[in-house]
Design a protein around this ligand. Structure first.
Ligand SMILES: NC(=O)c1ccc[n+]([C@@H]2O[C@H](COP(=O)([O-])OP(=O)(O)OC[C@H]3O[C@@H](n4cnc5c(N)ncnc54)[C@H](O)[C@@H]3O)[C@@H](O)[C@H]2O)c1
Length: 290
């Protein structure tokens, strides 16, 4: 157990946790980790089946809601229900639901850009609007919003995703300043590659380097490249929130992205592209060896 867990700046143990995108991946892993700390859980996702699976795994008081985070009315109504239900004050609101589309700006679908920005940024804004009044009323708790390493650097064929994740970062930083002097905090999470269904659930049009023809190929490559498990991501997130961190980087790759964005803010992609080519050559060699 870390020393931060003994004297947390933001106590989470035993407090109610609110999580969107809880049907899979990082959201599910955070739910399971917080359940281990005795937190009652209010979980939402648009995937009802996945939500029920998560609820079956946690073994603590849990309420689940199938909703679309883009629907502000549904998010406001859910927050009212959670406030009524919560067996303990809310310790954490984790606005985490997200998607991506892999497409160029010149040839991409505007509808898929909107899908990404409305879920990733609009969903976070709806979550903050819905739950912030409850946290301010109790004068405690953390709003934790999932950005990405792609909220630190711009990447080709990820324009809407990067824009949405930069927006989450800016919005959360603004929120944090507004919360100074209150008992409520706000943090950004910047995961590197985490082994989840994010690419499998993506809308795929074209890989920027013309390497992958299909989403299945890209999903397989991502599964090999992503270094961090959702369980490890959950551990880093919960520890970072308890320590009162404003920005929580997950994985060695996230730290590399962060450093590159600062050291070479206009040339980072040159370095990243070379690194990616090296990793892909290693993947090819592994496949050739069978
Ligand atoms: N996996 C990674 O490498 C990685 C890296 C950086 C950031 N992230 C971010 O982490 C967050 C969690 O993603 P993940 O990696 O666990 O992927 P995931 O696909 O396993 O989980 C995303 C969850 O969001 C839900 N969701 C999608 N659209 C929704 C909507 N409109 N309303 C409600 N729920 C919706 C999905 O059903 C799913 O359960 C996302 O915001 C993602 O952008 C992931």
């Amino acid at each position: 157990m870390s020393s931060a867990a003994k004297t947390p700046k933001v106590p989470l143990a035993g407090r109610t946790a609110v999580i969107t995108g809880a049907a899979s991946g990082i959201g599910r892993a955070v739910a399971i980790r917080l359940a281990g700390m005795g937190c009652p859980l209010a979980l939402a996702d648009h995937n009802g089946e996945g939500l029920e699976e998560t609820a079956d795994l946690v073994g603590v008081p849990v309420t689940i809601k199938q909703l679309d985070v883009r629907d502000r009315g549904a998010m406001m109504a859910w927050a009212a229900e959670v406030a009524e239900w919560a067996p303990a004050p809310i310790g954490l609101v984790f606005n985490n639901a997200g998607v991506t589309a892999i497409q160029s700006i010149a040839e991409g679908s505007p509808e898929d850009d909107e899908w990404v920005t409305e879920i990733n940024f609009g969903g976070v804004v709806n979550g903050v609007r819905a739950f912030l009044p409850i946290l301010l009323e109790q004068n405690s708790g953390a709003i934790v919003n999932t950005s990405s390493v792609f909220g630190l650097v711009g990447m080709p064929n990820q324009s809407a995703y990067c824009a949405s994740k930069f927006a989450v970062r800016g919005y959360t930083d603004s929120l944090r300043q507004e919360l100074r002097g209150t008992g409520v905090s706000a943090a950004n999470v910047h995961p590197g590659g985490i082994k989840t269904d994010i690419v499998a659930n993506a809308r795929f049009h074209s890989d920027p380097r013309g390497r992958y023809e299909t989403k299945d190929e890209m999903t397989a490559s991502f599964a090999e490249m992503a270094q961090t498990t959702p369980e490890r991501a959950a551990e880093v997130i919960v520890d970072g929130v308890e320590r009162g961190r404003a920005r929580i980087l997950i994985g060695a790759d996230a730290r590399v992205f962060d450093i590159l964005a600062r050291v070479t803010p206009s040339r980072y992609y040159d370095v990243l592209e070379r690194g990616q080519a090296l990793i892909e050559r290693a993947q090819d060699r592994r496949r050739a060896r069978g």
